[in-house]
Structure formats: structure tokens, C-alpha cells
Design a protein around this ligand. Structure first.
Ligand code: GLU
Length: 131
């Protein structure tokens, strides 16, 4: 089952989010990711596999900002690979994490594609970002 963490603070929230993901590891997951607002744009780091792989990635590619979200994924739609890991984004100003299944995502995805949106994952979740 996936895990979701959100944080906003007067300091950078990266460490808070990572600690939250670590506390949720017991629930089971296949990939992990984090998105942080730096006051202008949202930046994201995701990794397939363990939260430690995400932590290692953040060491070399730190995210800094006072508001963010993070997720451990249990794949239902799309393989457990980095491009399917949450958060999912639409542009650089909106990011979402999601737990569960969107039953009508194929219909929604088709409508969005006809409207000109392009998708970078096979998840059901990405439709929420573009909607
Ligand atoms: N259905 C979503 C996916 O496959 C969410 C899975 C979850 O709850 O972690 O990405």
C-alpha cells in the first residue's frame, strides 16, 4: 500500500519528507519520489526501488524549498519504474501523489490527449495532474 507525506515549514522540507517516507516503508512499495516547490518552480526526484535509492539521489541532486510532497508507490497501472513513480506533474507548477485506482482513467486520458496533453507515464494517476 502506498505512502503519502506532505510538509510545509519555514525551513527546507526535504529531510522531513524523507523521514516521513522512511516511517511508511513498512507498508510496502516499489518506488519512491519527492517534489518540492522552491518558491518559483516545482522540482522532482524519483527512483525505482527503495527509499534509500531516493535518499542517495537527493544527496547528489538536492531539492530545497519550504513546501513539498512525497510518495512510496505500490504500482497498479504501469510497471514499477522511475517514469511511473509519483509525484506526477503537469508543467512545472503542479505535482500530485495518489493512492488507489482511477477506474475511468483510459477515457480521461484519451480526452486529454485529444486536447493536446502528452503523457510521460503509464499510470492512471497522471490524468489527475493534467486535469
Ligand atoms: N494507481 C496508482 C499507480 O499505479 C497509485 C498506486 C498506489 O496507490 O501507490 O501509480
Amino acid at each position: 500500500m502506498c505512502g503519502i507525506v506532505g510538509a510545509t515549514a519555514e525551513r527546507s522540507v526535504s529531510g522531513i519528507l524523507l523521514e516521513g517516507l522512511r516511517r511508511l516503508e513498512y507498508r510496502g512499495y516499489d518506488s519512491a519520489g519527492m517534489a518540492i516547490w522552491d518558491g518559483e518552480l516545482i522540482h522532482r526526484v524519483r527512483r525505482a526501488g527503495k527509499v534509500q535509492a531516493l535518499a542517495d539521489a537527493l544527496d547528489s541532486q538536492p531539492l530545497t524549498g519550504s513546501a513539498g510532497i512525497a510518495h512510496t508507490r505500490w504500482a497498479t497501472h504501469g510497471k514499477p519504474e522511475e517514469h511511473n513513480a509519483h509525484p506526477h506533474m503537469s508543467g512545472t507548477s503542479l505535482a500530485v501523489v495518489h493512492n488507489g485506482i482511477i477506474e475511468n482513467f483510459e477515457e480521461l486520458k484519451l480526452e486529454l490527449m485529444i486536447s493536446g496533453y502528452s503523457f510521460s507515464s503509464e499510470t492512471d494517476t497522471e490524468v489527475i495532474a493534467h486535469l
